[in-house]
Design a protein around this ligand. Structure first.
Ligand code: F6P
Length: 557
């Protein structure tokens, strides 16, 4: 089943209406929008279960939202959502479906890939994960001879790292204290070597995660980890290491077997799962070992709730679509170049990095699904970090830098690490920032404040320009009761589906990533020039700047 060729969204009537809407709203400050409409907050708030999305501080009105939804209808977003769930070839350039929802499917749910229901095999792998986790708990895995594994090292990069790493950090309050889970992704030896220095080779389990099992960084780290484990064990323990202490999660079982990993330690991952959508599969094994399989399944259940919401809720209530429409509004009509994501949760501090891959690798495209060059921009630059630290780093620019930077604030009513008084202060900061960014401080307000502080008129005149905040900085606040496996699952799936809905609006394929290929190919070509002697391997076809950089490295080694 192929998706039909999309229209260029900029040719749609709603696009033109939105262009006029942006012009009409240009001179209206968010302060005025709030003052003009007492119903603004309920009108511009939506929810799914306990997950609340307040987008009343975005530069929109109910009329803007109606026009944005008209755009979604004209772009056929509902038909595209139906295609996603039906296993259509949404990944057109690679000829694949994208069925990450199947990874969190419940008994009785059906997801088809090429006419075959994939849910039974997903559930079989999930059962294998459960069995593996309980064998780890009871220490009866082959090869480990009753020694308990104290450290688990996930070796993977991109989607084979960021998801489980972020979620393990997010749910660290629930982590098994008897077992540490680590993540190594970087080819830089500092990543692996500094970790191994503190580990015991007899008590360390390595999970090599790679969909392709060809990724340079991951394989180099896996080979070094194997050499380290072998060197740290008795000479006759070589095969025991691979049998008992190396696990692979991959769609390329042959390559994992060729690496030497025992068949019973290889977990499947399928071509119809994109790397950055794979956390829900055995790619989450390190996470499951950290928090336990029951919590892992609770996370799947949270994501499943969002899957059903995205599939079944009326368009106007679909939260992922709302976020996608706001993205299109801010990026394409208000010309925002970036979006900041600020979780007011230290445990969620890796969420912005996770979203960078999810959003920018998915939607950083300039060619439509039909291969035509787009006439509009796509994903903004996504960045951010945990509040309140962020306030003391770059919020100055958000308040007075003069750039339009829409923000996503994420917060939880309850703390995962309660300390008396801390959480209320954290939330007060979160809510104060979004209000300050929205409202700003007018000249009259600034003048009054300085006068109230008893300053002389000359001093007021000197300081006044510095004390004015333009405000009108748009933000969305996402609230959840607490950071639990279920709410985390909902939150991640919210953004996954938002990415799909935005791609559907722009007419792009969010499931390929050809842009990452060129750099990988060049690195492979350059390697001989770096590993060779000073002059050997210096291919005259290399760019002179690159040759200079390589020559410098040879000189200083
Ligand atoms: O960075 C490109 C990419 O292909 C990502 O999409 C993917 O998550 C990552 O590399 C790792 O790939 P693999 O799981 O095949 O090692």
């Amino acid at each position: 089943m192929e998706m039909t060729t999309p229209l260029d969204p900029t040719t749609l009537p709603a696009w033109h209406a939105l262009t006029r809407e942006a012009e009409a709203l240009q001179a209206t400050h968010l302060r005025e929008l709030f003052a003009a409409d007492s119903e603004r907050v309920p009108q511009l708030t939506s929810s799914c279960g306990e997950l609340l999305v307040d987008f009343s501080k975005q530069r929109v009105t109910a009329r803007t939202m109606a026009l944005l939804h008209a755009l979604a209808r004209e772009a056929g977003v509902d038909r595209q959502i139906a295609g996603l769930y039906a296993g259509a070839t949404v990944n057109v350039s690679e000829g694949r479906a994208a069925l990450h929802m199947a990874l969190r499917a419940d008994d009785g749910e059906v997801y088809h890939d090429a006419g075959r229901n994939v849910v039974p095999e997903v559930q079989r792998e999930r059962e294998r994960m459960r069995a593996f986790c309980s064998r780890m708990d009871s220490d009866s895995r082959p090869g480990t001879a009753g020694r308990s594994i104290t450290d688990v090292v996930n070796l993977g990069i991109g989607g084979s790292d960021l998801g489980p790493r972020m979620a393990a950090q997010a749910l660290c309050a629930r982590a098994n204290p008897m077992r540490r889970v680590h993540f190594v992704s970087n080819i830089d030896g500092a990543d692996l070597a500094s970790l191994l220095a503190g580990l015991d080779p007899r008590r360390t389990l390595f999970i090599v995660v790679s969909k392709t099992f060809t990724t340079q960084e991951t394989l180099a780290n896996a080979r070094s980890a194997l050499a380290w484990a072998r060197a740290g064990l008795p000479a006759d323990a070589g095969s025991e290491v691979l049998a008992g202490q190396f696990v692979a999660i991959t769609a390329n079982v042959k390559a994992a077997a060729a690496f030497g990993i025992a068949a019973e330690n290889i977990f499947a991952f399928w071509e119809w799962v994109g790397g950055r959508y794979s956390l829900w599969s055995a790619v989450g094994l390190s996470l499951a070992l950290a928090i336990g399989m029951d919590d892992f399944e609770a996370m799947l259940a949270g994501a499943r709730e969002m899957d059903r919401h995205f599939r079944d809720a009326p368009a106007e209530q679909k939260l992922p679509l709302t976020l996608a429409l706001l993205e299109v509004w801010n990026s394409n009509f208000l010309a925002a170049q970036t979006r900041a994501v600020i979780p007011y949760s230290r445990s969620l501090h890796l969420f912005p990095s996770y979203l960078q891959q999810l959003e920018m690798e998915s939607n950083g495209k300039s060619v439509g699904r039909d291969g035509q060059r787009l006439h509009t921009g796509t994903s903004p630059i996504v960045w951010g970090s945990a509040g309140s630290d962020a306030q003391h780093a770059y919020f100055q620019l958000l308040h007075q830098g003069g750039r339009l930077v829409p923000c996503d604030f994420i917060a939880f009513a309850e703390s995962d690490f309660p300390l008396p008084g801390h959480h209320d202060q954290l939330l007060a900061n979160c809510f104060a920032q979004s209000e300050a960014l929205m409202h700003g401080r007018t000249e009259a307000e600034a003048r009054r404040e300085l006068a109230n502080a008893g300053l002389a008129e000359t001093e007021i005149a000197r300081l006044l320009p510095h004390k004015i905040f333009a405000g009108n900085q748009p933000s969305t606040t996402i609230l959840l009761p607490s950071l639990s496996p279920r709410t985390l699952g909902m939150l991640i799936a919210l953004y996954e589906h938002k990415v799909f809905a935005a791609a559907a609006l722009w007419g792009i394929n969010p499931f390929d990533q050809w842009g990452v290929e060129l750099g990988k190919q060049l690195a492979t070509q350059l390697l001989p020039a770096l590993t060779g002697s000073e002059n050997a391997g210096m291919d005259a076809r290399l760019n002179p700047s690159t040759r200079q950089l390589i020559a410098y490295c040879h000189r200083y080694r």
